[in-house]
Design a protein around this ligand. Structure first.
Ligand code: FAD
Length: 551
């Protein structure tokens, strides 16, 4: 075996969206990392198409939100969902969802913290991946190598030695940490001996990608143009047509016997003559699986390597982006020397519970879809009393059940890290809800979005380290906590936010935020044990407890 030495602080395996986001996050924090990907180049294959609001907030923090939007679907196209017999027949059910432009108008007018700072963005994975790749490649501390395959690793107390295969030659890479972002069949996870638990291979679908220049402009649905995002066809194949970001590419999912059937299925769905090209057909499986662990010692796992969901609810890649940004600052803090052992240990505690909840949310949404789908009857399209009765019943059920897939704001924004060793816990806490988002500053929660004076978003005022917010004119002395944080070596700022609206919404005078804008501690008075708090949030203290306020 030929060996050559490439030293890097973090070796990331897999340039899917999760590995790429991790590389960008680490690169922006000045961490040296190498990303290897076995494909020779990003592929033009359909998978996800929607970055949810939380992912877009994260992209805003990374300074890439406008670039992502510019590459994605234009802002005026609504996200409406239809149930149809075919596109040329009146829709059975129409669920309207706002365009990015409309969602932004609602966000601009929202003052109660219930909305995200950024709307979702429809961008196909085959557009997003090359874009993220080019951003990662532009960062000086990031090396991206395509055509390079992970083979195996060995780890010891000082680091990880990974065997890779590049142009038919094997070599070894030495890194301080290894992160497997290598998807559902993760070889890194398998070598760690970590299993996936849950329900695998529940259903198989064929998915085809079509290029059709004229369909979007000619969409014949209803009285209007019928332009939306999802078209669920009420048929025996559970066909499902999805508009992609260009509006000229479409995917169709259907349970058919062979690849060639996907052309006939597209034509039956569209119902009007259109010129089109079928670019690709593949098969994919429904899984609801969660890994037993998110890593071991110096090796971590993120994204589909540890959670596989049914895309109903769009919690696949979006959950993985959350993993990447939770792990990124913790790796950086540990490598920079201020992060204690609990910092990296908290990654699994925090993210596995989110993975678990999101597998549950996906199960809930897909069960809803299966429920209305089970009401399909062969006579459902007939102009008969039996046909009408079957349609009416299915539509009544779908009007409730289909919404579960499209209205997941609680799962997107409302996740809160419970039992984390780096969060100063308060006993109790609000329930986790999939469908509703109730803004809260309970420790572990994402800081709710609030507009400040001059329509400035609070997120945009906050730097990339830890931040103590002093709200509503609070004058508590922050110097002892600042000294304690700086003694640890952690980046720390105090930010005064005099706006009464923010203080009222957040319900407290002081909030200590982590670099990922999750609440680490809150109070009305300066913490009575600032050294203990600093040690805890930076992962240098093992016990948790309630901090008493200064009297
Ligand atoms: C039809 C469909 C629709 C979807 N829609 C959505 C949606 O709307 N929203 C959403 O959030 N999610 C959606 N998803 C899920 C989403 O596509 C995945 O969750 C996402 O791709 C996971 O990203 P990842 O980076 O973890 O893994 P992947 O995208 O699987 O990337 C893993 C990468 O690792 C590489 N790799 C694997 N093994 C090795 C090795 N040994 N060496 C080097 N490289 C390796 C692979 O080539 C690949 O590029 C959808 C999925 C499907 C199938």
């Amino acid at each position: 075996m030929q060996t050559s030495r490439i030293d890097t602080e973090v070796l990331i395996v897999g340039a899917g969206p999760v590995g790429l986001v991790l590389a960008i996050d680490l690169g922006q924090r000045g961490v040296c990392c190498t990303l290897i990907e076995r494909k020779d180049a990003p592929q033009f294959l359909p998978k996800m198409e929607r970055c949810n609001a939380r992912t877009m907030e994260i992209f805003r923090r990374m300074g890439i939100v406008d670039t992502v939007r510019a590459a994605g679907l234009r802002a005026d196209v609504p996200m409406d969902v239809y149930l149809v017999l075919a596109l040329n027949r009146p829709p059975l059910l129409h669920l309207p969802y706002p365009s990015v432009a409309e969602a932004r108008r609602r966000i601009d007018a929202c003052t109660d913290g219930t909305m995200p700072l950024e709307p979702y963005q429809l961008i196909s994975q085959y557009t997003l991946e090359p874009l993220l790749k080019s951003i990662a490649e532009s960062l000086p501390t990031v090396t991206v190598r395509y055509g390079c395959e992970f083979v195996s690793f060995d780890q010891d107390a000082s680091g990880v030695t990974t065997k890779i295969l590049f142009q038919d030659k094997t070599s070894k890479v030495k890194s301080r940490y290894l992160v497997g972002c290598d998807g559902g069949t993760s070889a890194v996870r398998q070598q760690l001996g970590i299993g996936l638990r849950g329900e695998g291979d529940l259903l198989r679908f064929r998915q085809a990608l079509y290029y059709c220049e004229e369909l979007f402009g000619k969409l014949p649905i209803g009285n209007g143009p019928g332009q939306g995002r999802h078209y669920h066809v009420v048929d025996e194949c559970a066909s499902f047509l999805i508009m992609q970001d260009s509006t000229r590419h479409w995917t169709l999912h259907a349970r058919v016997a062979q690849d060639a059937d996907m052309a006939r299925q597209f034509e039956a769905t569209v119902g009007i003559p259109v010129k089109y090209e079928m670019l690709n057909v593949g098969e994919w499986k429904h899984n609801l699986l969660l890994a037993d662990h998110y890593g071991m010692d110096r090796v971590f796992l993120a994204g589909d390597a540890v959670h596989l969901v049914i895309p109903t609810g769009g919690l696949g890649m979006n959950s993985g982006v959350g993993d990447a940004v939770d792990l990124g600052w913790k790796l950086a803090g540990t490598l920079q020397g201020w992060g204690g052992p609990n910092l990296l240990a908290s990654y699994e505690v925090e993210r596995r519970q989110v993975g678990d909840r999101n597998v549950g949310a996906s199960r809930y949404a897909s069960a809803g879809r299966r429920k209305w789908r089970s009401l399909y009857r062969p006579e459902i399209g007939d102009d008969s009393a039996a046909g009408k009765a079957a349609r009416d019943h299915l539509v009544r059920v779908a009007d409730v059940e289909q919404r579960k897939s499209n209205e997941m704001i609680g799962a997107e924004l409302g996740y809160r890290y419970v039992g984390s060793p780096v969060i100063w816990e308060e006993p109790g806490g609000p329930e986790h809800l999939f469908r509703e988002y109730v803004p809260t500053t309970w420790p572990g929660a994402r800081l709710p979005h609030v507009w400040l004076k001059d329509h400035v978003a609070i997120q945009d005022r906050i730097g990339r380290g830890y931040t103590l917010l002093r709200l509503g004119g609070c004058r508590e002395d922050a110097s002892v906590l600042a000294n304690a944080m700086r003694t640890c070596g952690a980046p720390f700022d105090v930010l005064d936010i005099p706006d009464a609206g923010a203080r009222d919404l957040y319900g407290c005078d002081l909030i200590l935020l982590r670099p990922d804008l999750h609440v680490a501690w809150r109070g009305q008075r300066a913490p009575a044990q600032p050294q203990a708090l600093a040690a805890l949030v930076t992962g240098n203290r093992e016990t948790t407890g309630q901090i008493t306020e200064r009297s």
